[in-house]
Design a protein around this ligand. Structure first.
Ligand code: UD1
Ligand code: CA
Length: 458
């Protein structure tokens, strides 16, 4: 028998009132992705183009997910059952997998297992249950004395005894589409919120003698859905633990894990140490045997092997292998540090390249510069890349084996040719020929006896 076609319907049409936010609830960030992304990601092997039910203002959804998804608008919020009704216009498959869009936890395996099992059971309706120590405001699974599924009751509609039930509705359902349409047509908003509940369709399925399947999720289920800021923080913490467990398994050490933040997509190689207070965000990738931190922030950064980044901020930059950065440096977008290069303390580099073995050890601003290999940039050197008028910044080129003396101003556009030296305190305003020494500073004048005359009139 061939597998029946299944489409996924993700419910994200709620206003998320409990978040008290201008941003739709499911678009809030958890470890570098909106909550809804995790649902879409987990479903990607099951259904190539999931349908997402959004509120009327769906622009932020389109901006975040583009045309990877099909969008079904729920013009007014009349509950999860109403959201499903709005989404069903886009469903043509025999089965529909309905899931809440506010739950980043279920994994691809959780969805897959539930789906396969429910299809194998030939269920007309199915819902995934889970046991929670603290079921809070979640819907409770009601069973008959012999354990058969009887229905779902929301916490606010529950009798006190039902509130003691710890088996909850995870918000993941499978329906045979034809039957679901019939049940949706019969829904009534007879509950504390005056809304149409998708959960009522399961009770209707039981009543009309359809086959309803209600398996209990395997493994520890710690929460279900994000409804407010406290749950958002809890969700981030739980997913962070999952991410850290994965990194430990890859041979990564994390010092003081409670103090770090590592986004979901970050990749770290084995024997690298992430030290306390560090934050690795976005698409950051770190190689092996490197040391990141303490107190280092990497945003969309690439770091090679055996590199140390100490107390620094790196964004949109690539740092090679065997490099050192910091303490207290700022590496900005477009910067490329080649193998074995060094940026020391209190330096800022922007859209610049630093060749192999080159060094910017102390207190420098290097912007829009191409620095070749084996260059030493003296302490306090500044590239003067902005003339105060033009939008385009001017470039500084420093060829290989150049030595820039301390406290230089390199007034761009300017090129220091191969092997040249510049004297300490120089303001270099034109190109320096190869292997020349450029001296561009006032000549020292010593006024003998000047202090004595000033102080004592002698
Ligand atoms: C819902 C379930 C509850 C379950 C819990 C699991 C209902 C009635 N209750 O409760 O049994 O234990 O999820 O996390 O479904 N939505 C819309 N349009 C609406 C209202 C909601 O699209 O008009 C969407 C929301 O964006 C959300 C999902 O449906 O993704 C669930 O809605 P929510 O209000 O979060 O329901 P819960 O109270 O969490
Ligand atoms: Ca919810």
């Amino acid at each position: 028998m061939s597998t029946p076609a299944v489409q996924a319907l993700i419910l994200a049409g709620g206003l998320g009132t409990r978040m008290k936010s201008a941003v739709p609830k499911v678009l809030h960030d958890v470890l570098g992705h909106p909550i809804l992304w995790y649902v879409v990601d987990a479903l990607k092997d099951i259904d190539v183009r999931p349908i997402v039910v959004t509120p009327a203002a769906d622009e932020p959804f389109r901006a975040a997910f583009g045309d990877r998804l099909t969008y079904a608008v729920q013009p007014e919020q009349h509950g999860s059952g109403h959201a499903v009704q709005c989404g069903m216009d886009y469903v043509s498959a025999e089965y529909v997998l309905v899931c809440n869009g506010d739950d980043p936890f279920p994994s691809a395996e959780d969805y897959r297992e539930f789906l396969d099992e429910s299809l194998a059971e030939h269920a007309e309706a199915a819902v995934l249950a889970a046991h929670l120590d603290d079921p809070g405001q979640l819907g409770r699974i009601v069973r008959t004395v012999d354990g058969a599924f009887a229905g779902i009751v929301e916490a606010r509609d529950a009798r006190p005894k039902q509130l003691d039930i710890r088996e909850i509705n995870t918000g993941i359902y499978l329906f045979r589409s034809a039957q679901l349409r019939a049940w949706l047509a019969q829904m009534k908003p007879n509950n504390a919120q005056g809304e149409y509940y998708i959960t009522d369709c399961l009770a209707m399925a039981v009543q009309d003698g359809s086959h309803v399947h209600c398996p209990v999720a395997r493994g520890a289920w710690e929460m279900s859905g994000v409804n407010d800021r406290a749950e958002l923080a809890l969700a981030a913490g739980l997913l962070q633990r999952r991410k850290l467990d994965h990194l430990y398994g890859e041979g990564v050490s994390v010092d003081m894990p409670g103090t770090v933040r590592i986004d979901w997509d970050v990749v770290v190689g084995r024997d690298t140490e992430i030290r306390q207070g560090s934050c690795l965000r976005g698409s950051t990738k770190v190689g092996s045997s490197s040391i990141i931190g303490p107190n280092t922030i990497l945003v969309d950064a690439q770091v090679g092997d055996e590199t140390t980044v100490l107390v620094s901020f790196v964004e949109g930059a690539a740092i090679g292998s065997n490099c050192t950065v910091g303490p207290f440096s700022y590496i900005r977008p477009g910067t490329l540090m080649a193998e074995g290069s060094k940026v020391g303390a209190f330096c800022e580099l922007k859209a610049s390249s630093l060749g192999a073995g080159s060094k910017v050890p102390h207190l420098s601003y290097i912007g829009d510069a191409a620095i070749a290999e084996n260059v030493n940039v003296g302490a306090g050197t500044i590239t003067c890349n902005y003339d105060g008028f033009t939008h385009a910044k001017h470039r500084t080129v420093i060829e290989k084996d150049v030595f820039i003396g301390a406290n230089n101003n390199l007034v761009a556009p300017v090129t220091i040719h191969e092997g040249a030296y510049t004297a300490t305190g120089s303001t270099i305003t034109h190109d320096v020929p190869p292997e020349a020494l450029a001296i561009a500073r006032a000549v020292q004048v010593d006024k003998e006896g000047w202090v004595r005359r000033k102080k004592h009139g002698q």
